[in-house]
Each structure stands twice: as structure tokens, then as C-alpha cells.
Write a protein that binds this ligand. Structure first.
Ligand SMILES: O=C(O)CCC(=O)C(=O)O
Ligand SMILES: [Fe+2]
Length: 335
């Protein structure tokens, strides 16, 4: 059955470790990834205290004066680190569309405590392990962000094991392809702008994500995340207290030979007549396999009648090709 809405999936049976429990979760995830490319997970084992701490520190960061935030500006266009201001990027650029820039600010980090060796620092590593930049005078910010990056990496590894089971592969199939992952954690702040909005301008324009998966801790504020379903209708992603939104990106779609779909989504503005302050903040983890992991049609995803749709490509080159597209079409680089 093709789902037209985003399902809510309880991960508890997976974490309880029985093979029936794992099977049940894997089947539900397979159906979600085939139908709509999005799911909401509950019982994910991420401590609530940490999520709250990161959320509060993020509010504090975005509330700083602009000149303070500018001190941790993105170091260069190909390094997604540090701060980007409102309307400096447009996610729709990656779709080769002319669209007005997004109404959001962001702060991004990549892996920390990177070993000083050839794999991580050599030419082949490119900007994937670029150093992080940190705001001064925000006690606990760096620690909380690094801890969040770590727990998200573990949750993504668990999701990749569920993905493997869902695709009828050995549970640990992806483990050695993500053990040096080049993911990015990005906090997003969407101010509630009441005027100066251009026609068609949104909090985040319609786009697909690039990598293996995205894990989002959203906000209940009005003006939220929507997904375009198979019928071509925009549907709201349900807001579940203590839930995370998971969606697969273009790389996973390519890996599965289009069996799973990377779906268009967007973040809409609050209603025009709203008199309240509907500012919104989300915490977004973009998971991306090791830069040298080869993304080629997974076993079981092709047949004589349905040969591989894509040539093999490394995760690093795949990500780079998205960035190049974006710099050609817009002034910024998004996630
Ligand atoms: O803020 C959100 O809920 C999602 C944002 C998003 O889709 C993105 O940054 O790729
Ligand atoms: Fe996205």
C-alpha cells in the first residue's frame, strides 16, 4: 500500500532486540521509504535533557546581535561551517530553479576531534573534515553541540541498520560505509517576518535533501514542514512531542535504484493574518556516508528488466556535485 501521509513509527521493538521486533520496525520503515520518503520516529533513545539543552543554547545564539553572529560566519563557500544570515541561501537553488532566498538563519558544524592523518587531512578529504567554528561567550554551546552530533551519529547508525533489514540486507551491511561519516549538524532559526516577503518566498523553498538521511527535531510553531506526496499534494509532517522526523535523501534514493524516494519538502510561512510571534527553530542532522564509500546499486535493487539507473559514485563526489549545482544557480550553498 502506498502511504499518502507521513507515518509515526515506534523504534522500541527494534531496540528491544528480538528478531520479530526488528522485522516489524523494518517493514514499517520500508513502506514509509517506498511511499513518501518520510517518517516520524518515537522511542529513539535520545535523552530529552540534551535536546532541551541544545534547543535553549541555540535560541541564545540566534538572539545575539548580528555583529556577534558574523564573527563565526561561514569561512568559505565550500565549507558548510558557522553562521549564515537570513536570505543568504535558497534550498530550491539545488533544483536549478530561480527562487527567492530562504527566510532563515543557520549555524552548522561537522565532525569534531578529527584525527590528524592522511585520510582526514589529505587532499582526498577536501573540505569534508573542515574545522568547526564556535561562538565565544556562550558557555556550554560547543559541548552541547558536539554531544548532539555524537548521539545523532549513533541514531543514524541504528537507522542505517534498520534500513539494511528493510532492504533485506545483513543488518550491519552499512556499518563500514558510515564509520567515518561526513555528516553535518545544522540549527535553523526562522524569524517571524511580517513584511518584505517576496512572492513565492518561504522559510525553506521546495527541495530534496542530498545525503543518506536527515533527522530533524522540529518545532510546534505555525509555519512548518510539508512534504509533497505521490498524489502531488502538500501534506503537513505531523508534529509529535518527543519525536524526530526522518527523511531519506538523494543519495539513498540512488543507492536503492529509486526503490526508495527522496521527496520534495518545504517549510511554509506562518499565516499572513497571524498576530502572534511564530518564530520557529529546528535542529537538523544531515547524515552522509564516508567520503570514499561507493554508492552503487544495492544487492536486490536491480534485475535484468530493471538494470541500475546510475553509475557508481563516491559519497564525497555525490555531495560535491550537489554543491557545484548550487553555486552555479545561486549565491549560496545550502545543506
Ligand atoms: O526546518 C525544518 O523542519 C526542515 C528544514 C529542511 O528541510 C532543510 O534544511 O533541509
Ligand atoms: Fe530538507
Amino acid at each position: 500500500m502506498i502511504l499518502q501521509h507521513v507515518p509515526i513509527i515506534d523504534l522500541q521493538p527494534y531496540f528491544s532486540g528480538t528478531s520479530e521486533g526488528k522485522e516489524k520496525v523494518a517493514e514499517a520503515v520500508d513502506q514509509a521509504c517506498r511511499s513518501i520518503g518520510f517518517l516520524v520516529i518515537v522511542n529513539h533513545q535520545i535523552p530529552r535533557e540534551l535536546i532541551e539543552r541544545v534547543y535553549v543554547l541555540t535560541r541564545r545564539f540566534f538572539a545575539l546581535p548580528l555583529e556577534e553572529k558574523r564573527k563565526v560566519d561561514r569561512p568559505s563557500p565550500d565549507m558548510v561551517r558557522g553562521y549564515s544570515g537570513v536570505a543568504e541561501e535558497g534550498l530550491s537553488y539545488s533544483l536549478e530553479e530561480e527562487a527567492p532566498p530562504d527566510l532563515k538563519e543557520s549555524f552548522s558544524i561537522g565532525p569534531s576531534n578529527v584525527p590528524d592523518d592522511e585520510y582526514h587531512r589529505g587532499k582526498a578529504a577536501g573540505p569534508h573534515f573542515a574545522p568547526n567554528v564556535w561562538p565565544e561567550n556562550l558557555p556550554g554551546f560547543k559541548e552541547a553541540y558536539e554531544e548532539y552530533f555524537q548521539v545523532m551519529s549513533e541514531l543514524a547508525a541504528a537507522m542505517m541498520r534498520i534500513f539494511a533489514l528493510a532492504l533485506k540486507l545483513p543488518e550491519h551491511y552499512f556499518d563500514d560505509k558510515i564509520d567515518e561519516h561526513i555528516s553535518m549538524f545544522r540549527s535553523l532559526s526562522y524569524p517571524h517576518l511580517k513584511d518584505g516577503i517576496q512572492p513565492g518566498q518561504m522559510r525553506a523553498g521546495a527541495h530534496t535533501d542530498y545525503g543518506s538521511m536527515t533527522i530533524v527535531r522540529p518545532d510546534s510553531a505555525r509555519g512548518g514542514l510539508q512534504v509533497c506526496n505521490r498524489d502531488g499534494n502538500w501534506v503537513d509532517v505531523p508534529h509529535v512531542e518527543d519525536g524526530f522526523v526522518v527523511n531519506i535523501g538523494d543519495l539513498m534514493m540512488q543507492w536503492t535504484n529509486d526503490e526508495w524516494i527522496s521527496t520534495l519538502h518545504r517549510v511554509i510561512n506562518p499565516p499572513e493574518d497571524s498576530t502572534s510571534d511564530d518564530k520557529r527553530q529546528s535542529l537538523v542532522f544531515f547524515h552522509q556516508p564516508n567520503y570514499d564509500a561507493v554508492i552503487e546499486c544495492l544487492p536486490g535493487c536491480s534485475s535484468a528488466a530493471n538494470p541500475p539507473h546510475y553509475r557508481p559514485i563516491t559519497s564525497g563526489d555525490h555531495l560535491h556535485s550537489k554543491f557545484v549545482k548550487q553555486t552555479t544557480f545561486g549565491k549560496g550553498i545550502a545543506a
